[in-house]
Design a protein around this ligand. Structure first.
Ligand code: M6R
Length: 615
């Protein structure tokens, strides 16, 4: 979704803002723009397309000058992606410029009101309405910019992270947040504004994260003044030291972030274990669970709500929670859950899973569960994200920044955290005995090393990718724990290569999808030895007899499937419940290579946003 960047200080704002926008490209966008104040004029340059297109356009303009500036990458919601609708937007007088991430729901009514007062609009956006509403307040009331922004925001319904610049007050930028993230980087006599810390981490690691419903006036020479938008209450800003490092947000020699993140999985999982899985002591320590253990032990059922890849991790968790902790689990798309009037009460536990911690539908699921007095637990990657703040307890995945739009290490670390929780609860409830618990811990500890072995198959997987890259459709099949992996494999292929792919439980094939199979159709089957192996082999034979092309993920040393398949990719043996952590890896690499061979934009696939902060 949209990304926002701003700078005020002693350096050239243009370079900082452009580089910042590049760092936010991963969020997904279709146009970009900047506004720079050169000491006299407020200059705007914006364009449909990429930040590189913006740079070309800005090169010969005044927008490259100034010590204060704002920039934006837009993911279109209201109005098609074009130059006009790109941000920043000016107010009618040209005095104010705004950048906005979110949606103003009642913009139509406000627009009519402003039109009746003589305002004219040059775009189809809700954002242009907001900047003119602020100007209208300034025209009619004797208030400063900060107050005018506050009055205007109290009239709008919707979600926003905004930055507003007034050329009559060139020493300050006003920011606000409700429903979309906004961080303020605090430097020596300079401030940065951004949707996340990546645009400013190379300049400062001190940051203030605005909380929901807060706004701030950022003025050079003093501490940012933060207050509540609704009741004007002043808030003492908490300046935190960020752990993020520049290496984590750069490609580090890899061609794409996605590939880097696939390769980071062994380290990411070790980081997820760190301080939690104490193999020698036979213990799992997780503060978020320990602090709420009675809640977990007394729940009637667990509802898991998430979207996309995180939803697939939820499906894997359903198997492991029911298997090991014997707690009934329901897994819901957050977008459906929020609107279908579900039965929830105080004996239910909602677990939400989200890499970004900002997904709008998942946020809405939390709100609904809280209104019904359910306890809400979050599994998030981004520290300090909205979801991590809104939940009653939680566990971070510690995967590190995930920049490729296609989620990879977030998925495997989510499964890791959820497996640790299931094991911990199983032990506490006595549904798993001590020796099995130890066996699991020991086996979990081997997973990062086993993933390293799968990664060594990269060249072979690239060859397999070459043989199926021209397919128009693809089926992914798995059973039990590997059914969600099949769904995830299909999603990975769809989103970055734009090849149509479907995931199915292997046995469901007979109930419909088998009709699709012919010699053109690659069928990727997960057929590891642990987990309904014989049944899956029968499914493979069914495909074979209809001339389908079989690509099988098998356990090391398998010979049976090798005879039937066009290609096999081997993964090491492990306990069935942990196989998703291994079988997922070749599917990630397969999609990656296919997308690269097809010349697709792997890290920023068309139409997609890294975190979906609107409905
Ligand atoms: O940040 P979240 O985990 O809440 O995001 C959920 C989905 O939008 C996300 O997993 C999406 O499906 C990815 N592009 C999948 O690779």
């Amino acid at each position: 979704m949209c990304g926002i960047v701003g700078y005020i200080g002693q350096r050239d704002a243009y370079d900082i803002v452009i580089k910042g926008l590049q760092r936010l490209e991963y969020r997904g966008y279709d146009s970009a723009g900047i506004a720079m104040y050169d000491g006299m004029n407020l200059n705007i340059c914006k364009t449909k397309g990429k930040v590189s297109d913006l740079e070309k356009k800005a090169k010969n303009s005044n927008t490259v000058f100034g010590k204060v500036g704002i920039g934006h990458t837009r993911w279109a919601t209201h109005g098609e992606p074009n130059d006009q609708n790109s941000h920043p937007h000016f107010s009618n007088s040209g005095r104010l410029a705004i950048i906005h991430n979110g949606i103003i729901e009642n913009y139509d009514a406000i627009k009519i009101l402003l039109q009746n007062r003589g305002f004219r609009f040059h775009s189809d956006t809700d954002t242009e309405v907001l900047v003119n509403l602020i100007e209208d307040v300034l025209n009619n009331e004797d208030v400063k910019l900060g107050k005018a922004v506050q009055i205007a925001l109290n009239q709008v319904v919707g979600a926003y992270a905004i930055a507003v610049f007034d050329k009559e007050k060139p020493n300050e930028i006003v920011v606000a947040r409700l429903g979309s993230p906004l961080a303020i980087g605090v430097g020596e006599d300079e401030f940065f504004i951004a949707s996340d810390a990546s645009p400013f981490i190379e300049y400062t690691n001190s940051a203030i994260y605005l909380e929901e419903g807060e706004m701030g006036v950022i003025r050079l020479g003093r501490k940012p003044r933060i207050r509540k938008i609704q009741d004007d209450k002043l808030v003492d800003p908490y300046i935190q030291e960020l752990q993020l490092s520049i290496d984590q947000i750069e490609k580090g020699g890899y061609e794409h972030f996605m590939l880097k993140e696939i390769y980071e999985q062994p380290t990411a999982i070790r980081d997820t274990f760190r301080g939690r899985m104490l193999v020698d002591e036979g213990l799992i320590r997780m503060a978020g669970i320990d602090d709420n253990i009675q809640k977990f032990l007394n729940v009637n059922r667990i509802i898991i709500a998430a979207c996309g890849t995180s939803w697939h991790a939820g499906l894997v968790a359903e198997y492991i929670f029911e298997d090991i902790a014997r707690i009934p689990v329901e897994v819901e798309y957050a977008s459906e859950f929020r609107y279908r009037n579900p039965v929830i009460n105080s004996n239910d536990l909602l677990i939400v899973i989200s890499q970004s911690g900002e997904t709008a539908d998942t946020m809405a699921a939390i709100k609904l569960a809280k209104e019904n007095n359910a306890f809400v637990f979050g599994v998030c990657n981004v520290v300090g994200s909205s979801i991590s703040r809104e939940t009653n307890g939680g566990a971070y995945t510690h995967a590190g920044p995930e920049i490729g739009v296609a989620s990879t290490k977030a998925f495997t670390t989510q499964i890791t955290v959820l497996s640790l929780i299931a094991l911990k609860l199983g032990r506490a409830k006595g549904t798993i005995d001590n020796s099995h618990f130890h066996m699991y811990l020991n086996e979990m500890a081997t997973i990062p090393g086993k993933i390293e072995r799968v990664l060594k198959e990269n060249n072979h997987i690239e060859q397999v990718a070459k043989s199926i890259k021209d397919a128009k459709n693809c089926l992914y099949l798995g059973r039990g724990y590997n059914f969600p992996v099949a769904l995830e494999g299909a999603l990975k292929l769809k989103e970055i290569s734009y090849i149509h792919a479907e995931g199915y439980p292997a046995a469901e094939m007979k109930h419909g999808p088998i009709a699709l199979i012919d010699e053109e159709m690659p069928v990727v089957v997960i057929a590891t030895r642990k987990g309904h192996y014989q049944k899956v082999v029968s499914n493979i034979q069914e495909i074979k007899s209809r001339k389908g092309r079989i690509i099988a993920i098998v356990s090391e040393g398998d010979t049976t499937v090798k005879e039937l398949a066009e290609h096999v990719i081997e993964v090491p043996e492990t306990i069935e419940a942990l196989t998703p952590l291994l079988t997922t890896i070749p599917l990630q690499l397969l999609s990656y290579h296919i997308a690269v061979m097809l010349g697709k934009n792997v890290d920023q696939p068309r139409n997609l946003a890294k975190s979906v902060t609107v409905e």
